[in-house]
Design a protein around this ligand. Structure first.
Ligand SMILES: [Fe+2]
Length: 207
């Protein structure tokens, strides 16, 4: 591998401080990047009395939902910024509230994968590879299209969550089962209600 300019400048810096080869040094010890100590999709030992087959299956299910949730969080943020029209302020605030709640789920899902001994999806580019939520255009859409897109994303997640609830019940992974049912499913269902209510054609006062 060719020596990078960053590596060369680190070496020069070490020379300037007169670093010896002894055990102690004032220099920060930077590691070589890109060396994996646990591969994505593999499992490490975790003494939680749950068979590795069950933990592997749960990690796969949770990571799929995690990737989608990261994308839905970003979709809410995009729409929080780009929304316009007479309902701007209301939707601007609602989309941000939902984004924060999805962000909380991202953390809970990722930490559950880590608790099971797996590796959580962390990089948004990795999430983009795994998600099945349709990519929106980079520009702005009309508000009903934004809402439709959010509802579609929620349904994609809810579908996966329902399947994962059944599978984690079968494998007796109650920790994941509880998270999926009590937090992920209920939050998504509640958000669907709030968002879908904005596209109901009901006048404030009847003619
Ligand atoms: Fe904001």
């Amino acid at each position: 591998m060719a020596t990078t300019s960053k590596a060369r400048s680190r070496a020069a810096s070490s020379t300037q401080t007169g670093r010896s080869n002894g055990r102690h040094s004032p220099e920060p010890r930077l590691a070589t990047m890109g060396v994996e100590i646990q591969r994505f999709g593999s499992l490490r030992l975790q003494p939680i009395a749950l068979p590795s087959e069950a933990r592997t299956e749960s990690c796969q299910l949770l990571n799929g939902i995690l990737a989608d949730t990261m994308v839905l969080y970003s979709l809410y943020k995009k729409h929080h910024w780009l929304v316009a029209g007479p309902t701007f302020y209301q939707l601007h605030l609602l989309f941000d509230k939902h984004a924060e709640e999805q962000n909380e789920l991202v953390d809970q899902l990722a930490e559950r994968v880590q608790s099971l001994g797996g590796i959580a999806v962390g990089d948004p580019r990795h999430a983009a590879e795994l998600t099945t939520i349709e990519r929106p255009p980079n520009g702005a859409e009309e508000v009903p299209a934004m809402i439709h897109r959010l509802l579609d994303a929620h349904e994609t997640i809810i579908e996966k969550v329902r399947k994962a609830i059944k599978k984690t019940e079968k494998s007796e992974d109650w920790g994941s089962n509880d998270l999926l049912m009590g937090d992920v499913l209920r939050t998504n269902e509640l958000q669907v209600w709030f968002v879908s209510s904005h596209v109901v054609d009901v006048p404030l006062i009847s003619d």
